[in-house]
Design a protein around this ligand. Structure first.
Ligand SMILES: *[C@@H]1O[C@H](CO)[C@@H](O)[C@H](O)[C@H]1NC(C)=O
Ligand SMILES: *[C@@H]1O[C@H](CO)[C@@H](O)[C@H](O)[C@H]1NC(C)=O
Ligand SMILES: *[C@@H]1O[C@H](CO)[C@@H](O)[C@H](O)[C@H]1NC(C)=O
Ligand SMILES: *[C@@H]1O[C@H](CO)[C@@H](O)[C@H](O)[C@H]1NC(C)=O
Ligand SMILES: *[C@@H]1O[C@H](CO)[C@@H](O)[C@H](O)[C@H]1NC(C)=O
Ligand SMILES: *[C@@H]1O[C@H](CO)[C@@H](O)[C@H](O)[C@H]1NC(C)=O
Ligand SMILES: *[C@@H]1O[C@H](CO)[C@@H](O)[C@H](O)[C@H]1NC(C)=O
Length: 440
């Protein structure tokens, strides 16, 4: 019996042994992840939004159970898909949260042996918007700093600055910042920055800056009254990068930069600067002022002449002179009337003798006008008419003659003569004309 049992046991054990021996592997694990590229350290990367195929193969008897595990950064390792027994799968749209370590493990269910392979997969994405570039004055050093920014991508892009046109390389860096000294700069020159990203557009993305020296606009001269204030204005246009604006006095060489204090007020609003000089004084403030605008591309200066004057009341001066002249004229006329009526008569006579017809015609026509207007519009209008006529010298002489004639006959009038002339000579004359009209 024992012999009968023994073979069965042996067969069973033999079968077990045979299965044990037959259960091979898993041997080599073949992990294949179809991605955009790989890094020198073996890490793979895929572009965001792209499709990634994963496959894992292994030789084993019987076929192994294959599982994929995923570990996001700073997270626990978790099975990727429940009890995934297929060895291949595809991620259609890679997103940032799918970046991490992918582990394929294969287990021989018979022998319980297992193997696993871990692959790091990074998800790259280019910056979402176009690069931006600008030029600025480097502080301290009088150099031009070119800066190119292209933020928001992973990993960081590379930058290449070139001169345009021509493409002469200025520099390339991860930072995007280049320093240029003045010998490399000229008005209107262009510089181009090309940003390149490992999963960005193939030709890169670019921006261009054009540097310009400043232009100045200002008034050439200004006037200030002693004790008053004056504001000089200086406007910069076209400067790129923005110009530094300085105010100077050129009293000495080199010129002196004006520092703001209680006397000088300097304000700058964008590329427009004003210099206000308070309490102007001729000794201190009259002269040339210089507005200087400078950027690394160029320097421009403009001279402004400031003249300081005493405050004058021009109206008062003119009025005084006119009054004095009138007074003098009146006094002379009065004296002439008083002392030498004959002289006056003679002057009148001589004049009339020279050009009697003309005078007569003019006087006559004037008197006719006066009569007509008196009828039509009355005395006031007639007075106005007389005043308008006054500047004509010929009339004056004609009237003087008549005044003399009347005064000679009327002693009372003579006393009033001087006073009347001073007050308003034209009024008196028109009176006389009226009086004379009646006898004629
Ligand atoms: C491989 O290189 C990339 C980029 O330099 C880095 O982010 C990553 O951590 C590296 N991976 C390993 C495992 O060292
Ligand atoms: C993948 O694993 C390595 C090793 O543990 C780790 O250094 C690395 O940061 C991980 N990568 C990611 C993307 O989590
Ligand atoms: C996979 O399935 C088996 C049985 O079908 C189950 O016992 C096991 O817990 C499952 N594993 C996971 C991770 O869901
Ligand atoms: C300006 O830069 C160029 C190129 O970088 C260099 O050859 C030159 O010597 C520099 N000149 C000065 C004055 O620094
Ligand atoms: C000049 O400016 C000062 C300060 O702004 C002001 O106090 C003063 O009244 C100004 N003088 C004149 C004449 O406008
Ligand atoms: C100041 O500038 C003016 C105008 O350019 C010039 O005529 C004058 O000589 C300069 N004065 C000095 C001291 O340099
Ligand atoms: C204005 O200037 C004069 C001399 O330049 C000075 O005597 C006077 O005190 C100043 N006035 C003011 C208000 O600063």
């Amino acid at each position: 019996m024992a012999a009968g049992i023994q073979p069965r046991v042996l067969v069973y054990l033999g079968a077990l042994l045979a299965r044990w021996v037959a259960a091979g592997g898993p041997y080599q694990l073949e992990v294949n992840i179809s991605t955009t590229g790989s890094l020198p350290n073996g890490t793979l990367y895929a572009a965001q939004g792209s499709q990634v195929d994963f496959s894992c193969r292994s030789n084993s008897r019987p076929s192994p159970m294959v599982e994929w595990w995923f570990q996001a950064p700073h997270s626990r390792n978790e099975p990727f898909g429940n009890n995934l027994t297929v060895s291949c799968f595809t991620l259609l749209l890679m997103s940032r949260n799918l970046q991490g370590n992918y582990t394929c493990s294969a287990m021989n269910m018979l022998s319980g042996r297992h193997r696993k392979v871990t692959t790091e997969l990074l998800v790259y994405y280019p910056p979402p918007s176009a690069p931006q570039c600008w030029a600025e004055m480097s502080p301290g050093l009088f150099k031009l700093q070119l800066t190119c920014r292209w933020d928001g991508g992973y990993p960081d892009p590379d930058f290449l600055w070139t001169e345009e046109p021509g493409g002469v390389v200025v520099g390339s860096s991860k930072l995007g910042v280049e320093m240029l000294n003045q010998s490399q700069l000229s008005d209107g020159k262009k510089f181009k920055c090309v940003g390149s990203h490992v999963v960005g557009p193939e030709s890169g993305a670019s921006c261009v800056v054009q540097i310009r020296s400043p232009s100045l606009l200002s008034e050439p001269m200004k006037t200030c009254f002693t004790g008053g204030n004056v504001t000089l204005t200086c406007k910069v246009s076209g400067a790129y990068p923005s110009a530094k604006i300085l105010w100077l006095r050129n009293l000495t060489q080199p010129e002196v930069v004006i520092q703001p204090n209680s006397h000088y007020l300097i304000t700058q609003n964008g590329q427009r600067s004003t210099l206000t000089i308070r309490n102007c004084s001729q000794d201190l403030d009259e002269g040339y002022y210089v507005c200087r605008a400078e950027n690394p591309v160029g320097v421009r200066e403009v001279d402004i002449w400031l003249s300081v004057k005493e405050p004058l009341n021009i109206g008062g001066i003119v009025g005084t002179i006119v009054s004095l002249l009138l007074l003098g004229l009146a006094i002379i006329s009065g004296l002439m009337l008083y002392y030498s009526p004959v002289f006056c008569w003679k002057v009148g006579n001589t004049f009339r003798g020279q050009d009697m017809n003309d005078v007569m015609v003019l006087v006559d026509s004037e008197e006719e006008e006066v009569e007509e207007e008196e009828d039509a519009a009355g005395v006031e209008e007639e007075d106005a008419n007389e005043r308008e006529e006054l500047p004509k010298e010929i009339h004056k002489h004609g009237h003087i003659h008549r005044v003399t004639a009347l005064v000679n006959g009327d002693v009372d009038r003579m006393g009033n003569g001087l006073q009347a002339l001073q007050d308003d000579s034209s009024e008196q004359q028109s009176d006389i004309v009226q009086e004379q009209d009646r006898p004629v």
